[in-house]
Design a protein around this ligand. Structure first.
Ligand code: ADE
Length: 245
């Protein structure tokens, strides 16, 4: 069986969307993974086909009903029971590459896209839904977040990634952000390619790239840098600057 993603959404027509193009789309056509988008509204039971209701305790917005969500998750799991179920929500655990890797190594994933103000907590607990966020900002729904999650997983599936992408993956796995890239022309609008990259000295090029990756990581992501060098603050020497007094 290939890797199977089921997306539970009120907007199934949004899928595959961007996932039908580029690397993930090619892999989908090659059956390296399978995708079904399931309409949550199809599991409504009343004559108005309602999927949400007002929040207990009052307040703005609507909450997805537990019975409807439970039926939708149950239907998805019937088609592939050995898959973790996740829900995309800004209050979830931040998505990172290790979570992506773990999901890509499994049988697939059931992805519930949040809408409205939220989802009834009881079905999150009853179905053991893992809450995942793609970042500290609020989207109007979980669908774009589901696409981000699936894209990140699919590129890791066997036979999907090219050699160039694999190298990027390895470099990120080292915990550093990528070094800058250049191509021809050697000079463009008065800006030169760093001479070392044209020198042919492979060891020096590797050293320059490593130093640039470290500089960029330090400047942009002190959190990642601190994880790599937990004692750097006391040692003060990792970036060549003296420690603060
Ligand atoms: N739904 C709305 N905002 C989101 C976010 N930041 N991550 C995941 N799902 C979301």
């Amino acid at each position: 069986m290939n890797w199977h993603a089921s997306v539970l959404t009120l907007f199934p027509e949004m899928f595959p969307g961007p996932l039908g193009h580029s690397l993930a789309g090619k892999a989908l056509r090659e059956s390296r993974w399978a995708l079904d988008a399931i309409d949550i509204r199809g599991f409504a039971t009343d004559r108005h086909r309602s999927v949400d209701d007002t929040p207990c305790g009052g307040g703005a917005g609507m909450v997805l009903r537990p019975d409807v969500v439970d039926a939708a998750v149950g239907a998805a799991l019937a088609a592939g029971p050995d898959r973790p179920a996740v829900v995309l929500t800004p209050r979830g655990t931040p998505l990172d590459q290790s979570t992506v890797r773990r999901l890509a190594e499994g049988a697939g994933v059931v992805v519930l896209c949040g809408r409205f103000e939220g989802i009834d907590q009881r079905v999150i607990e009853a179905r053991n839904l893992q809450e995942i966020s793609i970042g500290d900002y609020v989207l109007s729904g979980g669908e774009p977040a589901a696409m981000v999650l699936l894209d990140a997983c699919v590129r890791l599936l066997p036979g999907v990634m090219g050699a160039a992408d694999s190298a990027v993956e390895e470099s990120f796995s080292g915990g550093l952000l990528e070094y800058p890239h250049y191509t021809r022309p050697a000079e463009w609008n008065g800006r030169a390619v760093p001479p070392v990259l044209l020198s042919g000295h492979h060891a020096e090029i590797a050293r320059w790239r490593r130093a640039e990756a470290e500089r960029i990581t330090r400047e942009r992501r002190p959190d990642l840098w601190a994880r790599l060098h937990p004692n750097a603050a006391e040692a003060g020497a990792m970036d060549g600057r003296p420690a603060a007094a």
